[in-house]
Design a protein. Structure first.
Length: 507
């Protein structure tokens, strides 16, 4: 085999790859060292390794190679990562102190220049960075010294720290030398694992980073496999082909529980599953039809029979009860198929209509089963509905093109604060089709003050507006049900759906 260096990386970067590879293969070849491979089965992949896709699967891939400044623990608390500490200099300036001695996978040291470059890159409209909206009140980034950086915001920005947990730091030198697309072909970061191979719609392979600042991982090789079908993921887990799988449908939980070599790991998330309408054109530009769909769906029945009661019916609003911004005065609309039929006729469809729901398979617990149940309920009131099941890469392309069909199923996660899922209903994100001027103003006001009471009042009014206008049917607060090998230790099911395995170990 002849190896060709990436000419854009530079001699230093190339030598870093060679040295790393030699160390890795020397360790693997040692008779005293049995190589340990951890394989994770996920429902779907993004269609590229581009950083900034607004999906947890895409960010899960990114965090294996690239670290954020700060991260969240499983209780939702902000913790140090590449930044060891931070402080508010004044109401609109945050200072971050970087961890000394951290190196990228090619040996280049991490500095404040990399942080500034990354944030500038994320906020550049030409980048089209999916999670840029979470930090878009940053006005500028100032480098104070090689290990100190300041963020100046346009106004007080109470959710900045949580927003930064979804932004991974990228190497300025690599972007400059090799172009932005280099990170999609061969990611380089400071993370616990080093890129080896990416096969779209199939697998993502990495090796351990022996010099990781957080401690050398106990896994030599890490593989993510795309396994769209839930039953196939479970079979792979039970056969020992994978050691972690995501999104076990509730009707298949007992299959894993009865296994001698695997177990179920459920976790309550801050995710809200919603059925979102294309409101820019018929038929769902008519609010009567949106209301009819809401009334036609028996959410309590679906929660009992499909989610096994482990989910919760949303209170007619985007956020879950445990999320800051929940409005206790709003309740889910009652199941009322008779009124739904009347609204459909009033909207000009006395003989019914035909539509579709777009969804991914296994992206959320029992997602296809939920869509099929909804389709049956809609057909009962005169809306003949077909289900368009697509794989993750196709869904990402449809979302980018803003062409997901008349209705699509999606989950938005609040991370405990309404800002983080309410943002997806603002016009700036280009991820929904409904626009309301009052909602936009309230969102910006709530994001721009540190006064908790004012923020809460704003979010609760936003929930009222959404309940009245129905840009989506607010379905369920989502659990995530993972499966894991009994040989696996040091890993817990993540509340935020980001699969961190740097502390995992196979016995």
């Amino acid at each position: 085999m002849r190896i060709r260096p990436n000419q854009g990386v530079g001699l230093r970067g190339w030598l870093g790859y060679v040295v790393g590879a030699l160390v890795f293969f020397a360790i693997a070849a040692s008779p005293a060292h049995a190589q340990k491979t951890l394989t994770v089965g996920v429902a779907g992949f993004p269609d590229s390794l581009k950083t900034g896709w607004s999906s947890f699967t895409a960010l899960t891939l990114s965090i294996q190679t690239n670290d954020p400044l700060v991260t969240l623990n499983n209780q939702g608390q902000v913790m140090p990562a590449l930044a060891t500490k931070w402080e508010a200099v004044n109401a609109t300036t945050w200072r971050f102190h970087l961890r000394p001695g951290v190196k990228f996978h090619d040996g280049h040291p991490l500095t404040a220049d990399d942080v500034k470059y990354t944030i500038d890159y994320v906020l550049d409209p030409k980048t089209v960075y999916g999670t840029a909206s979470r930090i878009n009140l940053i006005a500028k980034v100032d480098v104070i010294d090689p290990l100190t950086v300041e963020f100046v915001t346009k106004q007080p920005f109470p959710t900045l720290l949580v927003g930064l947990t979804n932004i991974v730091i990228e190497p300025k030198h690599y972007h400059v030398q090799s172009g932005h697309d280099a990170m999609t072909k061969h990611p380089i970061g400071t993370g616990p694992f080093v890129f080896l191979r990416w096969v779209p719609a199939d697998r993502y392979e990495l090796r351990l980073n022996p010099e990781y600042w957080g401690g050398k991982p106990k896994i030599d090789r890490l593989i993510f496999r795309q396994i769209p079908e839930s039953a196939t993921r479970i079979s792979a887990l039970l056969a020992g082909e994978v050691q972690i799988i995501e999104e076990i449908p509730t009707d298949l939980i007992d299959r894993v529980r009865k296994s001698s070599n695997a177990e179920v790991s459920p976790v309550e998330t801050s995710g809200s599953l919603v059925l979102t309408f294309e409101t820019r054109k018929p038929p769902f530009n008519d609010p009567r039809l949106r209301l009819a769909v809401d009334l036609a769906i028996d959410k309590d029945l679906i929660n009992r029979q499909i989610l096994g009661g482990v989910g919760s019916v949303l209170d007619g609003q985007l956020v879950t009860k445990a999320t800051f911004g929940h409005n206790p005065n709003i309740k889910a609309r009652p199941f009322d198929p008779g009124r739904a039929k009347r609204l459909i006729a009033e909207a000009g469809y006395p003989n019914g209509l035909t539509t579709t729901i777009t969804t991914r398979s296994g992206r959320y617990v029992s997602d296809v089963e939920i869509c099929n149940a909804i389709a049956g309920m809609l057909e009962a009131v005169g809306i003949k509905t077909s289900i368009n099941v697509v794989e993750g890469g196709v869904y990402s392309k449809m979302a980018t093109a803003r062409d997901l069909g008349p209705m699509h199923l999606v989950g938005w996660y609040s991370l405990g604060d309404a800002d983080f899922n309410a943002v997806w209903f603002t016009e700036a994100t280009q991820r929904n089709f409904w626009v309301n001027d009052e909602y936009e103003k309230l969102f910006l006001a709530a994001r721009s003050t540190v006064n908790r009471d004012e923020r809460l009042k704003g979010y609760q009014r936003m929930m009222e507006i959404m309940h009245a206008e129905n840009p989506s049917v607010f379905l369920f607060g989502l659990p995530s049900v993972y499966g894991k090998s009994k040989r696996l230790t040091g890993w817990v099911a993540p509340q935020d759906r980001l699969i961190h395995v740097d502390k995992a170990e196979l016995r």
